[in-house]
Design a protein around this ligand. Structure first.
Ligand SMILES: C[S@@+](CC[C@H](N)C(=O)[O-])C[C@H]1O[C@@H](n2cnc3c(N)ncnc32)[C@H](O)[C@@H]1O
Length: 322
């Protein structure tokens, strides 16, 4: 990764000179990872993990989600017995930030589809934040599906189903069946660099362009599964505008019945690249390596999702052996 590639991206993102310096520093130092712990249904009442965890920011955090201090933790959350017991699920604080718009749903979702679910962070965050009545966590990659199921079961999220369908299959088999869809799409993962994880090629236009195309396919399929009045949360862990704002604009152009939802508590993070309500977290915000989030709603009143064919609920988590 060369500094000229990072600076080129910084210019595209219209960063100030100070932000540009911090961005370059974060990408080269690779030390901006920040963990959070989601306290799960398995944890005893009033549980506090044996780690220096603090409350997440009130504006966009949650009472069941704790933040660890920045920098290298002495104890890895995944190395403790409480982790094996499933009392908490560790993830990057950026993921918590990305799901903050869910606080703006005007109803408890009747049925949620997490289209790209493994290893399970966003499903667990959606369960924690809005507790959908029915929830399907989908993952196309068989190996990752196993990890997803293991994580959900370990943490005691048993009132949901898993599936392994491609987005186009979902669009075919379950049109209009969901009032909440999470599309945490595979992306070029530029923020991995700010965590110190090598990601060669993540700035190449062929990589970001290829990801943008795949994301558009996933998003269009997701929209077919969405009931009128339902919500789509689009998130990535990359900075490239073509995978973020430009995909949102693409959707809005193709679907005039769609609009973005303003999230007042994220206004500080509002993208300057569009008038639409798109939000980007950067490493200099101090809440992890970074990400992108946008909540969209399909026109309509209170959503009435169509019923989900039983065969799509073939793999309930509660039927698994631990
Ligand atoms: C960013 S990860 C999801 C992370 C997850 N939401 C979480 O919070 O733990 C993207 C996921 O999409 C899956 N994926 C890859 N290609 C896909 C495709 N064409 N359609 C749907 N999902 C895909 C990957 O296997 C990967 O598990």
């Amino acid at each position: 990764m060369s500094s000229s590639q990072i600076l080129k991206l910084a210019r595209k993102l219209e960063l100030t000179a100070e932000q540009e310096r911090d961005f370059l520093d974060a990408m080269q130092a690779g030390n901006r990872s920040r963990s959070a712990l989601v306290i799960t249904p398995k944890a005893p009442e009033g549980y506090r993990p044996p780690l220096p965890a603090k409350d997440t920011p009130q504006e966009w955090g949650h009472s069941s989600i704790l933040a660890l201090p920045s920098g290298e933790a002495e104890t890895k959350p995944g190395s403790l017995p409480d982790y094996e017991c499933g009392y908490y699920y560790p993830l990057d604080l950026s993921s918590v930030w990305e799901t903050a718009p869910l606080a703006h749903l005007p109803f408890r979702p009747e049925r949620c589809l997490d289209m790209c679910a493994a290893p399970g962070g966003k499903s667990i965050l959606a369960q924690t934040r809005v507790s959908p009545q029915e929830h399907v966590s989908n993952e196309v990659n068989p190996k990752r599906l196993g990890i997803l199921r293991h994580n959900l079961l370990r943490c005691g999220f048993t009132n949901l189903y898993t599936q392994r369908l491609r987005p186009d299959q979902w669009a075919e088999l379950a049109p209009g069946c969901f009032d909440l869809i999470l599309a945490d799409a595979p992306c070029s993962g530029q923020s991995l660099l700010a965590k110190g994880i090598p990601n060669p090629g993540c700035f190449n236009s062929s990589v970001t362009g290829g990801n943008a195309k795949r994301q558009r396919g996933i998003l269009l399929a997701a929209l077919r599964c969405l009931a009128p009045g339902g919500f789509l949360l689009y998130t990535t862990c990359t900075y490239a505008p073509e995978e973020n704002e430009r995909n949102v604009l693409y959707l809005l152009k193709r679907h005039p019945d769609l609009h973005t939802i303003t999230v007042p508590e994220l206004e500080h993070f509002r993208s300057s690249l569009t008038q639409e309500a798109c939000y980007r977290l950067m490493p200099f915000h101090g809440a992890g390596a970074g990400g992108f989030t946008c909540l969209l709603r399909k026109e309509g009143g209170h959503p009435l999702p169509l019923s989900l064919p039983d065969e799509l609920k073939a793999w309930p988590i509660h039927a698994m052996n631990c």
